[in-house]
Design a protein around this ligand. Structure first.
Ligand code: GLC
Ligand code: GLC
Length: 816
């Protein structure tokens, strides 16, 4: 069953009933201020760092689900007894005569109605400012006068989200607010070391307020029964300790047909250390005044929204698709790219499955996120690369994670994930291929955030490359360390203690456990490193790199092949993992997808065999599972992978991130039909009418779909923040539709289903627009017969970087 539909022209997903199988969310903000926003107005917001600077409280794992948000309560006095309801359905689960939620690019709009009173709320974060705007309109659709009381409601978080939900002996004494007309200021800890506060304001005079939660709700009431609203009267409570909230009361009289609009702003403001106070105990409100002055009218809010729409139109204009297959076109052209922006911004920090307090930016994750983002805002990708590289250690290894606010490596997790260094090469290569900017290689970048250790970005790449070369095991394959891409393959961990982290525990540092996947990543990225060396005049280094890649390829061929597929690893005792000799975990997806992607075994038939085996053993209706057979028991020598029940997560779940590696591998072999099949299986738009089983948003990828061994095979989890976004965008845009940035320009290399007869892609690339029409009336899966550019025949398949700010019309005719 469907719970909504795509509105492609508006670039929106329209949810038509509020009781979706899980909260279906959107992200507001794309720079420094972010909000998570569900289809029932749930969620929270933060400035830059979801852990350290959270403005509003959210209750993860709450019952009922999705508790905390920006709520509006309405009390309609024209209905006998005063009808109290919440127009976003939650938290009161009010019966609505009408409901719709449109999630768009950086904004969401909820519209509903009950008893002749219509409500609409449009919520977004304006460009360049640090606030959420909620523009609310009430319309009397009945034929009698209406007297409405509207109560706004947000609950402040005491900034550090972790302390906020743990340290109550302190928290319940520190909450402080100030109220000034229609503006409610949250200033907890401002008196001491903080120089920031929050403001929750509305652009009209109010008829009362509350800032103390208990007064507003009643101690034993939930969000669904706020005492003040049912009483119809604000208490003007001033929070002192306990739990500060922000609630305005607005009385509105509406004649039949009349509308009234209000602009609510929830902002983050900072003052210089020496300008914190207006007078003793009174905060300096200048920054809030400046912010609120900009959004004081509905017109100003509309203008800000229009600017945001224009911004997204331009961004998504950099890559567009038109094809008969609308599901593919809307995903590749709109939602997949949108999700790439979100993963770029959030890494894996804040979603409805990531609490915003656990993980910061991942070294491997952020580098991969770049792959799907770099074409949108290359300058931001550049800055990100430099931030990431600064957390690398001088020996080439890296902090696995860093905090977005401080950009410092995270000591709790540390380093030792031996795939990490290679992803930096992968990210930088993608950036250079997109932009042609080799200058980035000369940027001076610290090691371990220490300026004294700074060297050029090129040196960082070299250290990455060398780290792999110098950390190999008995078979000449890379040592795995704590884990490789698969965080749960913890071959040196040997954990017996409940609760111990599988990622950071090393009870048995064997120094021999090896990863075939890291070898494949090396063979995939090594040639890009060599190419970068050659193009910057470092010929000796290029030769050295090519040799290293050749010997790694040999190691994979000699020790990484199991007869029918590529092995996954060798454990701490030198035993094979992912081999027919194993009882469980005989075959894994990652090493097979990546090896073929890297071109290993393409000429001797092994690549073909490997992907055939993947299809035979790992494929399901909903995507390709990570391994088979699932581990039934816990294996101390394997770690977390065997800790999950069969069919979930890394233990034979469909871990979507690695499915596109197989998709790309299939295109390397020229299999357009199969490549597209693997693409569509995990693509959410193709499962829209299966939402009761899938449960997650039909417009974004999920990290995991339960595998065939799980009870709920086909159920998705962990939507939004996943490397699936970037890799599927790479697979569809570069390898299936075949418009691929390379060092020399834009390579055309489609590999599509034979039934796909034509499509167009427009691509903004290094300062020119390419309008590419692909004609496959021949019905092939791969192969180009001819290309014309602006009407003239073009030799070869690489389009030059025209850089002339003009539109170039390219016609690609496929065939033999
Ligand atoms: C999670 C992690 C990612 C890892 C993957 C597989 O998505 O964020 O870094 O590669 O799991 O374990
Ligand atoms: C767990 C998850 C994995 C994730 C890791 C992050 O191991 O299974 O997907 O990457 O935690 O710490």
């Amino acid at each position: 069953m469907q719970y909504g539909y795509f509105d492609d022209n508006a670039r929106e997903y329209v949810i038509t009933r509020p009781d979706t199988p899980y909260p279906w969310i959107n992200y507001l903000g794309c720079e420094n201020f972010y909000g998570l926003f569900s289809n029932t107005s749930g969620g929270y917001c933060f400035y830059r760092d979801a852990r350290m600077l959270r403005l509003t409280r959210y209750r993860y794992n709450n019952v009922p689900a999705d508790a905390g948000g920006r709520y509006f309560y309405l009390r309609d006095g024209s209905v006998c007894g005063g009808d109290v309801w919440t127009p976003s359905w939650m938290p009161m689960k009010s019966a609505l005569d009408r409901y719709e939620c449109r999630h768009g690019m950086g904004y969401s709009r909820i519209s509903s109605a009950r008893n002749g009173l219509a409500f609409s709320q449009i919520s977004f974060v304006p460009l360049h400012d640090t606030c959420e705007i909620h523009k609310v309109t009430l319309t009397n659709e009945s034929n009698v006068d209406k007297r409405i009381d509207m109560f706004s409601f947000i609950e402040f978080c005491l900034w550090n989200a972790n302390d906020d939900m743990t340290n109550f002996q302190r928290n319940f004494s520190i909450g402080e607010v100030e109220i000034d007309g229609s503006r409610i200021y949250h200033k907890t800890e401002y008196r001491e070391r903080r120089n920031h506060y929050a403001v929750w304001a509305v652009n009209v005079p109010i008829d009362g307020f509350d800032t103390d939660r208990q007064t507003f709700l009643g101690l034993y009431n939930g969000f669904d029964h706020p005492q003040v609203v049912f009483d119809g009267e604000s208490k003007n409570s001033v929070a002192s300790g306990w739990a500060p909230i922000g609630s305005h009361r607005i009385k509105a009289k509406l004649a039949p047909g009349e509308s009234k609009t209000f602009v609510f702003v929830l902002g983050y403001c900072e003052n210089h250390e020496d300008q914190k106070w207006e007078k003793q105990g009174v905060i300096n409100k200048k920054p809030a005044n400046n912010l609120l002055a900009k959004y004081g009218t509905p017109d100003a809010a509309d203008e800000a929204l229009a600017a945001l729409n224009e911004y997204w139109k331009t961004l998504l204009g950099r890559f567009t698709v038109d094809a008969e297959d609308k599901k593919m076109a809307r995903m590749a052209g709109i939602w997949n790219q949108y999700q790439c922006m979100v993963t770029f911004n959030m890494s894996r920090s804040a979603s409805y499955f990531e609490s915003g307090i656990g993980r910061g930016m991942g070294f491997r994750d952020s580098n991969q996120d770049l792959l799907g983002f770099v074409h949108l805002v290359p300058e931001r990708a550049r800055a990100r690369i430099l931030d990431i590289a600064a957390t690398q250690f001088p020996d080439g290894s890296a902090y696995h994670q860093y905090q977005p606010l401080t950009k410092r490596g995270n000591n709790e997790v540390g380093s030792g994930f031996n795939d990490d260094p290679l992803w930096l090469i992968c990210g930088v290569a993608a950036y250079i291929k997109e932009t042609g900017d080799y200058g980035i290689l000369d940027e001076k970048v610290p090691f371990d955030n220490n300026e004294a250790l700074a060297d050029t970005l090129f040196v960082h790449l070299k250290r990455s490359f060398d780290y792999t070369v110098t950390h190999t095991g008995p078979h000449g394959l890379p040592l795995i360390g704590r884990a490789d891409w698969n965080d749960c393959l913890n071959l040196n961990c040997f954990s017996k203690t409940p609760g111990e982290s599988f990622q950071t525990t090393a009870n048995f540092e064997s120094g021999i456990a090896e990863s075939v996947l890291i070898a494949a990543i090396f063979v995939f990225t090594g040639p890009e490193y060599a190419e970068i060396c050659r193009r910057t005049g470092r010929n000796d280094e290029a030769q050295y790199a090519e040799k290293a890649v050749a010997s790694m390829t040999e190691a994979v061929n000699n020790h990484g092949w199991d007869g029918g597929w590529f092995l996954r690893a060798y454990d701490a005792h030198g035993k094979k993992i992912g081999s027919k000799e194993c009882e469980d975990g005989k075959i894994f997806i990652e090493s097979n997808g990546f090896a073929v992607m890297a071109g290993i075994g393409v000429n001797d038939g092994r690549a073909q065999k490997a992907l055939d085996s993947v299809k035979e053993h790992l494929d399901t209706k909903y995507g390709i599972v990570l391994l088979q057979p699932a581990y039934k028991d816990y294996h101390i020598e394997l770690g977390e992978v065997s800790s999950y029940p069969p069919g979930y997560k890394e233990n034979a779940g469909i871990f979507c991130h690695n499915n596109p590696w197989v998709t790309i591998g299939e295109t390397v072999l020229g299999h357009g039909n199969r490549a597209f099949e693997t693409y569509t299986k995990i693509c959410p738009a193709y499962r829209e009418d299966d939402s009761d089983l899938r449960r997650m948003e039909p417009y974004v990828y999920a990290q995991m779909v339960a595998g065939k061994d799980a009870v709920n095979h086909g159920e998705a989890k962990n939507s939004w923040l996943t490397g699936t976004a970037a890799w599927t965008f790479v697979s569809i845009s570069q390898y299936i539709l075949g418009v691929r940035p390379v060092f020399d320009g834009l390579l055309l290399d489609p590999c599509i289903p034979s039934s796909m007869k034509n499509y167009t892609v427009t691509r903004r690339f290094r300062g020119a627009d390419y309008h590419i029409t692909v004609d496959n009336s021949a019905g092939v899966e791969k192969g180009i017969k001819s290309i014309t550019v602006d009407g003239n025949p073009h030799d070869g398949t690489v389009l030059p970087a025209f850089g002339d700010n003009k539109v170039h019309n390219v016609i690609v005719t496929m065939g033999k």
